[in-house]
Ligand binder design. Structure first.
Ligand code: TEU
Ligand code: CA
Length: 560
């Protein structure tokens, strides 16, 4: 397997609005990030993925861009951003920027022009259709509730928006639009950035004719994903982008791809196909959703988690490359979702980190994960800010008459603001995030959970991450070794081996608050063992043929 820097790297995601506020307006900003670079360097990460910092009216916190070449006023200036890049490079940190080109903002000049008239030169930068029988052109549902079409008075037609109505979809069929995107990418690459994370990039090619979505439930709108996820021209576009832009720079790319399976992912990430380096797949974050979608809560089954991760580990082995994540700015906090944020917060946060960082692929740490930050529960819907959450609440409770208590429950479990509460830096007012009023309330548990405490406490989640990240740098087998699941049917233990040449690791994880017994399978042969990392105290000399595990215990051994 070819070795590259982006395979060896650990990436840290910053959601700038919530990271660190330097000027007291309650909103995180670029200078706030610069203040924390030494903290991040100390953690050991190699790359920062910065969520959008471009000019935006913030309908979706920067994922709605009105100028791709300007910095959002609230975040700072281009000079601030250039200083950030410079300060990062001085510390040996790389920067990857978010590329949001499935859609722009409706306030982007392209769209302002496009909506003016049917023969405007920018008309075909977006996807316009006449209505059908006095209604929307088709029955597609927006990811943020309601129809994916918005009627526009000026020309009497509808435009497509797979997300909010302030996020019109760009028309990739138009070569002029593609040229503009490639130019814009070069603008940032020439400033010296180290790559892109590409927002819903597998949505950009729509099936011509935009067919009606299958609609078994008979609701007004239905999920049209079959007609835009991994669409007919997607690989052509990815190869064109690579040829025109990416191949001229030494950069890393990761495509965010809802609905991608292992076969498709191998096509996107195979070296010889020259498309992307890796993708974010969604299968493991869909396991706790029922047939009604993300808000339809369903308990997670360990056997499903094993099946999914094993499928991805084996599916891309030697064929492509995995990105490894358990949370980000769209997902609940991982310790609340997959661990136990009450009795075993520290133990389970460490166990989950071990689980992820010991797999083959490039691990992503989402801000606050490294100190074990948790989900939040605000009492009223007014305290929430996220457009997806607010639209869903409106649709279900205000329009649909559903029980508000139950809908709030689903927001507590799945809402995106769980991941967006300000970073808890210390135990002072507003957790040291801001001297003003934070744009989104701080999680009240900041007095106990904060970075200052974590840095000072040698057995904190933070120091555990440091060690995991360091181990990856020192042991090629952690990056490149092949993965094999063991104890496939065990209901509480997730265990696997990694193999590289004649080296072997065994990763033993208790995903429960019980004390199950781990039995080493016979085919895993060894004469001696060495403990690499553990989240409880362990006697190094202890026999490992059979181990009674403590709640959420994690151990990794090198077998000899
Ligand atoms: O997310 C795309 C996506 O499909 C989901 O993660 C979605 O946002 C959601 O959480 C559904 O439950 C990307 C960005 O990561 C997200 O923040 C943006 O809102 C979205 O695209 C639109 O740009
Ligand atoms: Ca600020």
């Amino acid at each position: 397997m070819k070795k590259t820097w982006w395979k060896d790297s650990t990436v840290y995601q910053i959601y700038p609005r919530s990271f660190n506020d330097s000027n007291g307006d309650g909103i995180g900003d670029i200078n706030g990030i610069i203040e924390k670079l030494d903290y991040l360097k100390d953690l050991g990460i190699d790359v920062i993925w910065l969520s959008p910092v471009y000019k935006s009216p913030n309908d979706d916190n920067g994922y709605d861009i009105s100028d791709y070449k300007k910095i959002m006023d609230e975040f700072g200036t281009m000079e601030d951003w250039e200083r950030l890049l410079d300060e990062m490079h001085q510390r040996g940190l790389k920067l990857i920027m978010d590329l949001v080109v499935n859609h722009s903002s409706d306030e982007h000049p392209w769209f302002q022009e496009s909506r003016k008239s049917k023969d405007n030169p920018y008309r075909d930068y977006f996807i316009w259709r006449p209505g059908k029988d006095g209604a929307e052109p088709n029955n597609w549902e927006s990811c943020f509730s309601g129809s994916a079409w918005q009627y526009d008075e000026a020309t009497g037609e509808y435009y497509l928006h797979l997300f909010s109505k302030k996020q019109p979809d760009l028309n990739w069929e138009n070569p002029k639009l593609r040229e503009e995107v490639y130019d814009m990418m070069k603008f940032w690459l020439d400033k010296g950035i180290d790559g892109f994370r590409m927002d819903v990039i597998n949505f950009i090619s729509k099936v011509p004719g935009l067919p009606e979505a299958h609609n078994p439930s008979g609701k007004t709108y239905a999920w049209g994903g079959d007609y835009f996820m991994n669409g007919p021209r997607i690989h052509e576009y990815m190869q064109e982008m690579n040829k025109e832009v990416l191949s001229h720079y030494d950069v890393m790319t990761v495509g965010e791809m809802p609905g991608v399976d292992t076969e498709e992912a191998a096509l996107y990430t195979a070296d010889e196909r020259d498309e992307l380096n890796m993708v974010f797949q969604f299968e493991h974050v869909d396991l706790d959703a029922g047939p009604g979608g993300k808000w339809d809560l369903k308990p997670l089954e360990l056997k499903d988690l094993k099946a999914t991760f094993t499928k991805w580990q084996k599916g891309l082995e030697g064929k492509g490359w995995n990105s490894l994540y358990l949370n980000n700015h769209d997902q609940p906090r991982m310790v609340s979702r997959f661990g136990n944020d009450k009795e075993y917060r520290v133990e389970s946060a460490k166990m989950l980190a071990t689980f992820l960082h010991m797999m083959q692929g490039t691990p992503y740490v989402y801000q606050g994960e490294e100190i074990g930050m948790t989900n939040v529960q605000f009492e009223t819907i007014e305290e929430y800010q996220d457009i997806e959450t607010l639209n869903m609440y409106h649709e279900k409770v205000i329009d649909g008459g559903e029980d508000p208590g139950q809908v709030m429950e689903s927001i507590y479990v799945k809402g995106r603001d769980n991941a967006r509460t300000p970073i808890q830096w210390d135990d002072s007012e507003n957790a040291g995030f801001t001297e003003g009023t934070p744009w989104l309330k701080v999680n009240p548990n900041y007095k106990e959970i904060n970075a200052k405490q974590a840095v000072e406490d040698p057995v904190s989640v933070y120091h555990y991450y440091k060690k995991l990240i360091q181990l990856r740098k020192e042991n090629e087998i952690i990056v490149y070794g092949s993965y094999d699941l063991i104890l496939e049917d065990h209901p509480q233990i997730y265990a696997y081996t990694r193999t590289l040449g004649d080296e072997k690791l065994v990763v033993i994880l208790n995903f429960s608050g019980d004390r199950p017994v781990f039995e080493m399978p016979e085919h895993v042969a060894y004469e001696a063992h060495e403990l690499l990392i553990n989240n409880y105290e362990v006697d190094d000399q202890e026999q490992i043929q059979s181990i009674e595990l403590k709640p959420y215990e994690a151990r990794v051994y090198r077998l000899k």
